[in-house]
Design a protein around this ligand. Structure first.
Ligand SMILES: C[S@@+](CC[C@H](N)C(=O)[O-])C[C@H]1O[C@@H](n2cnc3c(N)ncnc32)[C@H](O)[C@@H]1O
Length: 253
């Protein structure tokens, strides 16, 4: 028989998922009402960003909440959300508002939505061959300056925008982040894990994770030999701001 491998405690390897500063007494919960159903919100779906985003809002954000979408783009996320359900504040670098420097007071916002570029082109002549990409993502070539390049630049933007979201969110306010992992310079980068680690340091608690699976088959130009699995999924991550009081997050009533 083999020796048992000593495992690190779960909290030591998953520090971003520790909501409780003050441990609450555990109460036994027995649901006596409710109906059996499989009509549920699932963690993985092929239904597309707009549908999944609407489901995330339904689960996590109380109607009437102030929601700041700070990388609004073309507003695709909002296509399945009734326009009167939330007080939406839509901004984007295209309007001159950088998600790292928002025009909101501390603690003014109930929910921040963040979907910055999840790939980076380094600027200079690289943009000449990447104009559609650049138009969509707005990297260095169009003023979205970062101090680093490629994957580090992607992460830098997520971290700086996360810190700004933390400033404008109220205690226990919710941050919804869209991201995708990438292989950069032949190196596997699990962006969603790096974001979770960085956001834990900022003061967020990771509450949920949704996998958006593409329905088409993304290709690659000039494959000599496939090394890593081609990604056909992205994520929505849901965080909440750990407040000074240590109170835990509660779902909307
Ligand atoms: C992936 S698109 C967002 C798509 C959007 N979620 C939608 O539903 O249409 C990325 C967006 O981030 C914006 N962006 C890039 N850098 C930014 C920054 N520093 N601050 C604010 N917006 C930024 C781009 O202009 C682009 O519209």
């Amino acid at each position: 028989m083999r020796d048992r491998v000593a495992l690190a405690p779960y909290d030591a390897i998953m520090p971003f998922n520790q909501p409780r500063l003050v441990e609450e007494p555990r109460r036994k919960r027995v649901a006596t009402n409710g109906d059996a159903t499989n009509d549920l919100v699932w963690t993985a779906s092929t239904e597309g960003n707009a549908r999944i985003f609407a489901q995330i809002l339904d689960l996590y954000i109380r109607p009437g909440s102030v929601v700041a979408d700070v990388t609004y783009g073309k507003g695709v996320f909002w296509r399945s959300v009734p326009s009167d359900r939330y007080a939406l504040r839509a901004t984007d670098l295209l309007d001159g508002i950088d998600c790292r420097d928002l025009p909101y007071a501390d603690g003014e916002i109930d929910c921040v939505v963040l979907d910055p570029p999840y790939m980076h082109s380094p600027g200079g002549t690289a943009h000449e061959a990447h104009s559609p990409f650049e138009e969509h993502y707005r990297n260095n070539g169009t003023g979205n300056l970062t101090g680093s390049k490629y994957h580090e630049a992607v992460l830098e933007l997520y971290v700086d925008a996360g810190a700004e979201a933390h400033r404008v969110l109220r205690d226990r306010g919710v941050l919804i982040v869209k991201c995708q992992d990438e292989v950069c310079s032949n190196r596997q980068r699990f962006t969603h894990v790096e974001i979770m680690q960085a956001y834990s340091d900022i003061g967020f608690v990771a509450e949920d994770l949704f996998v958006v699976v593409r329905q088409n088959r993304p290709g690659v130009s000039r494959v000599v030999r496939q090394v890593h699995a081609r990604k056909n999924h992205s994520y929505f991550l849901v965080f909440w701001k750990r407040g000074a009081t240590g109170a835990v997050w509660e779902p909307p009533k």
